[in-house]
Design a protein around this ligand. Sequence first.
Ligand SMILES: [Fe+2]
Length: 240
Amino acid sequence: MKNNFIKTLAQSLILISFLGCSSSKKNNIESISMKNEKYIVKENLKPSNLSDISDNQINDHWTLYVGYVNQVNKLNEELSELAAKGQLNSLTYSDRRRQYGFEYNGMVLHEYYFGNLKNNVSKNKMAELYKAIQKNWGSFDNWAQDFINTGTTRGIGWAILYADPTTKDLINCFIAEHQIGNITGFMPILVMDVWEHAYMVDHKAGGRVDYINAFLKNVDWSVVEKRYDDLINSKITKRF
Ligand SMILES: [Fe+2]
């Protein structure tokens, strides 16, 4: 009996020791270095020949998107380097960690935005999205007015028509900057940038409403409707 107790105790100590090693290995600096692939600029998403949004405006805006791609890559590199140097408790490391939401959303939202812009694409009134909009808002025009109202919220940010993958419900949301107000797990169906840089070239600082009306003339409904079709069919929509 006594021998069995000692044997069990010894096995427990070995197990605890093993778990301890495993945990310490988990905290090993090498194991937490970032090794993500670098993002590249998605040239195929760049729109042109839009209605009431000039190519000059798009070129200017595109440069900012390129900046976000570069910043995301730089952010991951810096985090990796700081981890490799053992500077996990530094202010710089904390600061870079806090930048994730801003830089990543800055890149990703621009890809959804440019990806849903194209001139002269009509909406399909038979599409599931059109039916869902009618069901939620009573009419397409009611939704459009609500989306315009969302886009004129004071401050820099985005108006996004989101879909809830669980309920399939639609909601218009305002996102401040790039990262404040995003709803976790919801799918962006239609994304509109309302930072001033999105319309300054064409419409000046006070021209947000004119820009929004121009934006709505250039929605690539085929892309937007597919995003919603994919959602209701539980398919992942790739943004590029
Ligand atoms: Fe932008």
